[in-house]
Design a protein around this ligand. Structure first.
Ligand code: SF4
Length: 378
């Protein structure tokens, strides 16, 4: 039986980082309390299912969910358990930022069955943290990591960002040493994208910060893969590595096209078949909608056959194990090799994909240029 995932968006942060374009704003206790009530209402009153669905992953993302009080998180989880059948061994993840938790709050989160921490370390260099507008130091990262262990978290994921303005390969290499020394079970790493409209984009435009160098970022990506592999990590998704058995079960649902239901402002949902929908982006507006007994959904998309196929290809290709061509045929009644014959030959000759009778997957160069590969199928 297929099990669904639940995503819960918490749109509050201590301060806004200079590169961030997520739906998040400054933490304000009054709005946070109203928001938690609105979330619990949305979860318990949703009408997209008749019977309680089985759920085996819950993910608190943001924003900085660890800014909520443990009692607020408990109320949200209570609402989830009221509306869904949560499996005993469900993976329950909370995104946390260094310096936003104490041993006491971590113990309380752990006691509420939160068994995985996704930890926004980003870099171990204080100057780089400052440039990003992060509110913590490298020492906070180390301290919070040891608090997580002390509180009983045996499944910790680290977020790292490469390709920062002015970051050298040497700096990055030191970051990797520090991260690997702590031996988290999972590592997510991103190459910085500079989004228009963010303070960082403006600083770069004014020349206050150097333009990130794409070639250096590509070298950082390769170095990360080499170092992590020699430390026993498996590269299972373009931006994710883990020790054996510690893949993110929740995020894997997005890449394999399973159902994930999102709650809270800007949350996206997918029913695992053909329907996607998303919520109002603004936290205050979302809260008002829920308080007035209204629906927070602002967009619903019914995927046509062609879009559903394209999505399953570019999401499936994110996984380094690739796409099983027989499974694709069974699902869509189509032969992917024949459908995209010319494109696949071109991508293969460019060294971006590997293709045989059974499997289509990205090479390391293909992972680095994944947007270029994906655009072929969209
Ligand atoms: S902590 Fe994360 S979500 Fe919050 S502002 Fe920084 S990057 Fe954005």
């Amino acid at each position: 039986m297929q099990r669904s995932g639940i995503y819960i968006h918490i749109p509050f942060c201590r301060a806004r980082c200079s590169y961030c374009d997520f739906a998040t704003g400054a933490y304000e206790s009054g709005l946070a309390e109203r928001y938690v009530r609105a979330l619990a209402d949305e979860i318990t009153s949703n009408t997209f299912m008749e019977d309680a669905l089985a759920v085996d992953t819950i993910y608190f993302g943001g924003g900085t969910p660890s800014l909520l009080a443990p009692s607020q998180v408990a109320r949200i989880l209570e609402a989830v358990k009221k509306r869904f059948r949560v499996e005993k061994d469900a993976e329950v993840t909370m995104e946390m930022n260094p310096g936003t938790v104490t041993l006491e709050s971590l113990r309380a989160f752990r006691a509420q069955d939160i068994n995985r921490a996704s930890f926004g370390a980003q870099t171990f260099d204080d100057l780089e943290l400052k440039r990003l507008g992060r509110t913590h130091t490298a020492e906070d990262v180390r301290r919070t990591f040891s608090l997580l262990r002390e509180a009983g978290f045996a499944n910790i994921s680290f977020d790292l960002i490469a390709g920062l303005p002015g970051q050298t390969l040497q700096n990055w290499s030191r970051n990797l040493d520090e991260a690997l020394k702590l031996r988290p079970e999972h590592l997510s790493f991103y190459i910085l994208e500079v989004h228009a409209g963010t303070p960082l984009a403006e600083q770069i435009r004014r020349g206050a910060q150097p333009q990130p160098d794409d070639d250096v970022a590509a070298d950082m990506y390769r170095l990360m893969l080499e170092r992590a592999a020699s430390s026993g990590y498996e590269h299972y998704e373009i931006s994710n590595l883990c020790l054996r058995g510690y893949e993110s079960r929740h995020n894997t649902k997005y890449w394999t096209g399973e159902a994930v239901y999102g709650f809270g402002c800007s949350a996206h949902s997918y029913d695992g078949r053909r329907t996607r929908w998303s919520n109002e982006r603004d936290a205050a507006r979302y809260t008002e909608l829920m308080e007035n007994g209204r629906n927070a959904i602002v967009e619903t998309i019914e995927l046509d056959e062609r879009t559903a196929r394209a999505e399953s290809i570019f999401l499936g290709l994110r996984l380094m194990r690739g796409i099983n061509l027989e499974e694709y045929r069974a699902r869509f009644g189509a032969d992917l090799r024949a459908e995209y014959a010319d494109d696949l030959t071109r991508l293969n000759e460019a060294g971006l994909i590997e293709l045989d009778k059974h499997l289509l997957k990205l090479t390391t160069s293909g992972a680095l240029l994944s947007n270029e590969v994906f655009s072929t199928f969209v």
